[in-house]
Design a protein around this ligand. Structure first.
Ligand SMILES: C[S@@+](CC[C@H](N)C(=O)[O-])C[C@H]1O[C@@H](n2cnc3c(N)ncnc32)[C@H](O)[C@@H]1O
Length: 355
């Protein structure tokens, strides 16, 4: 064995224990979400394992006890050793029980599982250079992605991001036409439609099962024919004259983002705008190191974004951490002369592009 620094090794092993604890917690935490254990604890207050098992609909107490101790060890539940009971602090509840909170993380855990499911196909891609088509790497990658982004969109799109664009909310209040390209299961489209009842919305995505799910969400929302979803690759959208085009966390996933940008340029009405929501990142990879959000995105990009782009024509594979300069370059080359960062959040940067 080579010489090594004992204290640096201890620090790295300590970090690895924390990281592996997070990874080992993925299946138990997902079971807790699916069986409603976090919600039951939140709604009914502190409970012993037996009480929690009964409250969650008659689950097996021995499993629930081990699960609750695991979650307490994770720091996801609080444990009172004297009373042998479990509870959720308000902060833990925001992450594990309150579905509309900006930091509700069920989708993030589902995404971790989807990435593990997709491992053999992505590994094959490493050997061959081939891509893995969207929807082929894991059974419900698209549902997990929708759930992952939903809390951020719900708490930001209408309240912060659209108002940061020049004159867009006035237009949508009066009645405008919006295309949401790469809309996935349609959460972004529907929450904009809810906020702007005078406007018309079309969500487009090339993944038919996502569009089927988006249509089911639309029916549940009761938005009528003001909102529709269509299966179409970004460059094949025939409709024109949109006052606003949106692209939520999808431009970098496309095989041909430059071709898409040129096409969007033709879809926009005079005076209209394109809102591009992309994962936030610094321009230089070195400046993304040590940042926990970049860490998540680089891993997701390896398993999802790069393979899905490589599976398409051109296969530019910008990656989730392309950065503002690279995305702006794509937009400028397509004829969007005016591009600015209109807003940002911990996970996203919001660019406004105009011709
Ligand atoms: C990371 S997901 C984001 C989905 C959704 N916008 C959201 O934020 O939840 C990327 C989406 O881009 C779609 N997509 C990728 N390439 C596409 C293309 N060339 N044309 C249309 N949609 C595409 C995928 O089907 C997927 O729904």
């Amino acid at each position: 064995m080579e010489d090594f620094d004992e204290s640096r090794l201890h620090a790295l092993v300590g970090k690895m224990l924390g990281d592996l604890g997070g990874a080992y917690g993925v299946p138990t935490t997902r079971i807790g979400f699916r069986l409603g254990l976090f919600e039951a604890l939140q709604e009914g207050g502190p409970a012993t394992a037996a009480q929690l098992a009964a409250r969650a609909g008659g689950l097996a107490e021995r499993y629930v006890r081990e699960w609750a101790l695991a979650q307490a060890a994770n720091g996801y539940l609080s444990y009172d050793g004297d009373a042998d009971s479990f509870s959720l602090s308000p902060e833990q509840a925001m992450i594990f029980a309150v579905k509309d909170s900006p930091v509700y993380l069920e989708g993030a855990f589902d995404l971790a599982a989807a990435m593990i499911e997709g491992e053999p196909k992505v590994e094959h891609g490493f050997r061959t250079g081939e891509g893995v088509a969207w929807g082929e790497s894991a059974g419900c990658l698209f549902c997990a992605v929708g759930a992952f982004f939903r809390p951020g969109y719900l708490n930001n799109v209408v309240a912060n991001w659209l108002p940061a664009l020049d004159g867009v909310t006035d237009k949508l209040r009066a009645g405008g036409k919006v295309a949401d390209i790469g809309c996935g299961v349609g959460f972004s489209t529907l929450l904009m439609a809810d906020a702007f009842p005078e406007s018309e919305f079309v969500g487009y995505d090339f993944h038919a099962p996502s569009i089927a799910e988006a249509n089911a969400h639309a029916r549940a929302h009761g938005v009528g024919d003001r909102v529709r979803f269509e299966t179409a690759a970004a460059k094949d959208i025939a409709e024109r004259d949109f006052d606003l085009v949106t692209a939520f966390d999808c431009l970098h996933d496309m095989g041909d983002p430059r071709g898409c940008a040129r096409h969007v340029r033709g879809m926009i009405a005079t005076g209209g705008a394109w809102m591009i929501v992309e994962p936030i990142a610094a321009d230089r990879p070195a400046d993304n190191m040590g940042n926990p959000v970049s860490r998540l995105y680089y891993n997701a990009s390896t398993m999802i974004c790069v393979p899905t782009s490589l599976a398409q024509e051109v296969g530019e594979a910008l990656g989730a951490q392309a950065g503002e300069a690279a995305i702006t370059g794509v937009l400028n080359d397509a004829g969007f002369a005016h591009v600015r960062r209109a807003a940002e959040g911990p996970f996203n940067m919001i660019l406004e592009a105009r011709a």
